[in-house]
Structures are given as C-alpha cells and as structure tokens.
Design a protein around this ligand. Structure first.
Ligand SMILES: NC(=O)c1ccc[n+]([C@@H]2O[C@H](COP(=O)([O-])OP(=O)(O)OC[C@H]3O[C@@H](n4cnc5c(N)ncnc54)[C@H](OP(=O)(O)O)[C@@H]3O)[C@@H](O)[C@H]2O)c1
Length: 243
C-alpha cells in the first residue's frame, strides 16, 4: 500500500512513521496533487484547511481526514471518503510507538468506505471503532475530556502551587492517580475529600480558593460536582450543598 499524507505536522509525522514501521510506502507532503498515484490520501492538515485541500486532491482516490471534530462532508461529495481519527495525543517527534495501543474512530461515506477505513486502521495497528457520521460529536468530546481536560487540571494545579518545582511535586501524584484509575477499570473511583464526604475540608478549600484564585474555585466546584455520582451517596449528600 502506498499512502500519501498531506500536512507535515504532528499527526502527519506520527501516522507516516507508523505506516513506514508497518512496512508500507508512505510519503508526507504539502501538495495534495502528490497523491495522484497513491492508493490512499490522508489529510493531516489543520481542521480549517481540510475542505480546501480535499478539493485539490485528484478525483477518484480513496481520501480520508484524521480530525475528530470535522464532518466527513468536508472531503466533498462522492464515494471513497472516510474519517480515521486516532484517539491519541500526537507529537511530531514521537515516532511510531506513540500510537501503540491506540484506537481510531472510523467513519465512511458508505459501507465500502467504512470497511476501507477500518482495514487501514488495522494495517496501522490501530483498533478501529466504527461510528456513523451523526454519532461523531460525543466521542470527540470524550477524547477532549480524557486528554485536554487533564492537561488543564494539571496546569491549574501547578498554578495554585505557584512554585518552580510544582510539576516535580505534582507529576508523580497525577501519574499514579491516573494509573490507579485505569487499573481499576469500570470500578474507578476518586479518593479525597469528596469521597470521604469531608465537608469541613471542602469548606476550607473553597474559602482559601475564593481569595487566592476565584477561577480555580469555580473549576474545583465543577470537578467536585462531577465526583458526586462516583462516590458513596451518603458522602455525596454531605458535601453537595457546598458545591
Ligand atoms: N495532534 C494530535 O494529537 C492529533 C490527534 C488526532 C487528530 N489530529 C488531527 O490531525 C490534523 C492535523 O493536526 P496536527 O495537530 O497534526 O496539526 P499541525 O501539527 O499544525 O500540523 C498541520 C500540518 O499541516 C500543514 N498545513 C497547513 N495548511 C496546509 C495546507 N493548506 N496544505 C498543506 N499543508 C498544510 C502545516 O504546515 P505549516 O505548519 O507550515 O502551516 C503542518 O505541517 C487535524 O485534523 C487534527 O484534528 C491531531
């Protein structure tokens, strides 16, 4: 298989490296016309560029994009159109291994295109997760919460500590908490003051936060509310009025 990836950024490098590592021909280019002789063209340009770049790809080819947020229709009308959205945070220099264990949401313009996308995912050692076009928004939200939101939480935590060594202090805690939650699977539960129903501690936290950083106070409330359904109902009932 000869894959041409248009858009030499983070996703482009990662998927190009993966394809090469699995023994396929893969070229990372900027010019969509370079895909003329390829078996498949994969657009790894920014979301806002997908429609314009797709329009410049020679007609009749298998054509996909890798965006979780962009409609399939951005690739234009017609058959042989698909989405292959890797559920992974990708870096330009991360190489093929950054996709180890990753899934890819796949959507096709018809049954054949869905099958093509699923087979392409398997060829890249990505676990295909088929989605109809109208199902795609919520899985993308899930990806945002599972990745971008964790970064925002960690950044807010470092801001609150306000020390140069904040990440040195918090990274082992964050890493272990996430590993423990993943190991627990569907039984994952938060620990801490919400889980204990510790209204006194939460009250102290909120008092301190309102003075120090009202924006993080709001974040704290929202996140604690999200924990309520995960903890013992009696504990939740004790702290809910504060949140
Ligand atoms: N990064 C991730 O973790 C990740 C994960 C899953 C899916 N995706 C998806 O992957 C796609 C690319 O995202 P990214 O994070 O890889 O972005 P990125 O790092 O900014 O890379 C985009 C690349 O496309 C190039 N480009 C911009 N406009 C172009 C055009 N008109 N024609 C050809 N090349 C063009 C950019 O070149 P210049 O820098 O020179 O402009 C850059 O090399 C998006 O659809 C995104 O949703 C990303």
């Amino acid at each position: 298989m000869d894959i041409v990836l248009v858009g030499p950024g983070r996703a482009g490098h990662a998927l190009r490296d993966r394809a090469l590592a699995r023994g396929y021909r893969a070229r990372l280019v900027r010019d969509p016309r370079a895909g003329a002789t390829a078996d498949v063209v994969l657009l790894t340009v920014p979301d806002r560029e997908i429609a314009a770049v797709a329009a410049a790809v020679p007609a009749g080819l298998w054509l996909g994009h890798v965006s979780g947020a962009t409609p399939l229709a951005a690739l234009g009308a017609g058959a042989r159109r698909f989405v292959l959205h890797p559920a992974q945070s990708l870096e330009r220099d991360g190489g093929s291994a950054q996709l180890d264990g990753a899934s890819a949401f796949v959507t096709g313009s018809d049954g054949a295109a869905l099958e093509f996308a699923a087979n392409l995912a398997r060829a890249l050692d990505l676990r295909p997760v088929p989605l109809a076009e109208d199902e795609r928004p919520l899985p993308h939200v899930a990806c945002v919460l599972a990745s971008n939101a964790l970064v925002a939480m960690l950044a807010a935590s470092c801001r609150l500590l306000g020390r140069d060594d904040a990440l040195t202090i918090l990274a082992p805690l964050a890493t272990r908490a996430l590993a423990n939650a993943i190991a627990a699977g569907s039984e994952m539960r938060p620990t801490g003051p919400v889980a204990r129903g510790d209204a006194v501690t939460i009250g102290r936290h909120l008092t301190a936060l309102e003075t120090a950083d009202p924006e993080i106070a709001e974040l704290y409330r929202v996140v604690c509310r999200a924990m309520l359904s995960l903890v013992d109902p009696d504990a939740a009932a004790r702290v809910a009025p504060l949140l």
